[in-house]
Design a protein around this ligand. Structure first.
Ligand SMILES: [Zn+2]
Length: 345
C-alpha cells in the first residue's frame, strides 16, 4: 500500500513506527454511528489522517440549530434539507480523496446494526442516547469489534474505550443505567468546545488502536467539565463485572430484542417521533408518486434523499427506505395514524 509521505509527513514523524504505522491506519475501516457534533469532529480527524475506509451512519438531516457545533455543515446543507451523512461525505471527499467514504442514511437498530458495522476494525460512538450505546455494546461484544464511547451534555463530557475480552464493557461501566432519557443537549444545551475536546480524546484513542500501538492506551473512563475546570478519571480495574450479562454471559438484550414490523421512537427533546419499517433496507419508495399525492394536502418539497410535507401542525420528512420523522408531536399514536394515512401500512 502506497503512503503519500508528503501529505502525512507531520503525522508520520509523530507515529511510533513512521510509515509502517501510517500503512496500518490506511488498511483500517471505522464505522461512526451518529454524524452530529461528535461524529463530524471524529470523521474530520480520521479522514484527514488517511484512514482506509470510513462509514458515516446517520438517520437525520442538517438543521439550523446544528451549525453551532457540527463542524462539517453549513447553511446550504440546512436549506437543502441534506441528510447529515451525505453532507459530511461531500465535505470530507474534497478534504481527502484517498479515503473510501461510505455515507449511510439510515436509522441504526437491532435489525441492521450487525450488517452496517460488520468488517469494521472499530466503531465510534457519535450518538446521543443510551439505548443505541447499549446496542453498539451488544454488537461489539458479539462480533469482537472495539468501540469508543463518548457522551456530551452541557459543558460535561465522558469517554471510555471498550475492547471485547480486555476491558470492562459498557454494561459493566453503567450497570444501573437504563435506556431512558436523562438530561440531553436538547434540554440543557451543549457547549461546542466540550464536544470537541472529548471527540479529540476519542480520536486519539482511535489512532492508538488503529496503528496497533498499545503502550499508552487508556484503561479508565475520563469525565470532565470544561466550564468548571473539573477533570476526573475512573480506573477500569474497579469496573469489571464478573457477572456482566453482556460481556460475560453473552446475553445481548438490546440486539436480540424482538420488535414488531415497525420501530417507533421519540426523538428525545426534539418534539418529534420517528417510525422505521423493519426488514426492508432497500431504497424502495416512489417519492415522486407520494409527492403528487401529498401536494393535494399540504406544501411538499422533494430533495434527492427525502420528501418533506408541512401538514396541519406537523412537519413530516420521509426517506426512501420508508423511515419517517414527524415533527410537532411526542404522541406515538398520532404519529402512527399519520404514518398510515400518508404512507400506508
Ligand atoms: Zn460487561
Amino acid at each position: 500500500m502506497n503512503v503519500n509521505v508528503n501529505k502525512y509527513s507531520r503525522q508520520i514523524l509523530f507515529w511510533p513506527n513512521g510509515q509502517e504505522s501510517q500503512q496500518l491506519l490506511q488498511s483500517k475501516t471505522v464505522s461512526i454511528i451518529g454524524i452530529g457534533a461528535l461524529g463530524t469532529a471524529l470523521a474530520n480527524h480520521l479522514v484527514r489522517a488517511g484512514i482506509g475506509e470510513i462509514r458515516l451512519i446517520d438517520r437525520d438531516f442538517v438543521e439550523e440549530s446544528n451549525l453551532q457545533r457540527q463542524m462539517l455543515f453549513d447553511e446550504k446543507d440546512v436549506n437543502s434539507n441534506k441528510p447529515k451523512a451525505i453532507a459530511a461525505n461531500e465535505k470530507l471527499s474534497i478534504i481527502n480523496s484517498e479515503v473510501k467514504i461510505i455515507p449511510i442514511v439510515n436509522d441504526v437498530n437491532n435489525g441492521n446494526i450487525e450488517s452496517l458495522v460488520s468488517g469494521s476494525d472499530l466503531i465510534l460512538d457519535g450518538t446521543d442516547n443510551m439505548e443505541t450505546r447499549f446496542l453498539i455494546n451488544d454488537v461489539s461484544i458479539k462480533l469482537g469489534i472495539p468501540w469508543i464511547y463518548a457522551g456530551v451534555v452541557h459543558s460535561r463530557a465522558m469517554t471510555a474505550t471498550i475492547i471485547p475480552g480486555i476491558t470492562p464493557c459498557f454494561a459493566c461501566l453503567f450497570p444501573n443505567v437504563g435506556s431512558g432519557h436523562g438530561e440531553t443537549c436538547d434540554t440543557v444545551g451543549v457547549l461546542s468546545t466540550a464536544v470537541h475536546i472529548i471527540a479529540s480524546y476519542q480520536a486519539t484513542e482511535a489512532f492508538k488502536l488503529l496503528i496497533e500501538h498499545e503502550t499508552y492506551r487508556r484503561e479508565d473512563m475520563v469525565q470532565l467539565d470544561i466550564w468548571k475546570n473539573d477533570y476526573e478519571t475512573f480506573p477500569f480495574q474497579y469496573s469489571l463485572n464478573p457477572d456482566c450479562p453482556c460481556c460475560r454471559k453473552k446475553q445481548f438484550a438490546y440486539l436480540d430484542n424482538k420488535t414488531s414490523d415497525k420501530l417507533v421512537s421519540s426523538l428525545c427533546g426534539r418534539d418529534a417521533i420517528q417510525i422505521t419499517p423493519l426488514g426492508n433496507e432497500e431504497e424502495s419508495l416512489d417519492l415522486t408518486y407520494l409527492k403528487d399525492k401529498w401536494s393535494k394536502i399540504g406544501k411538499v418539497e422533494q430533495t434527492p434523499f427525502l420528501l418533506r410535507l408541512n401538514y396541519e401542525d406537523y412537519q413530516i420528512s420521509l426517506f426512501k427506505t420508508g423511515r419517517i420523522i414527524i415533527k410537532g408531536t411526542t404522541d406515538t399514536e398520532i404519529a402512527k395514524r399519520l404514518y398510515s394515512t400518508l404512507v400506508g401500512n
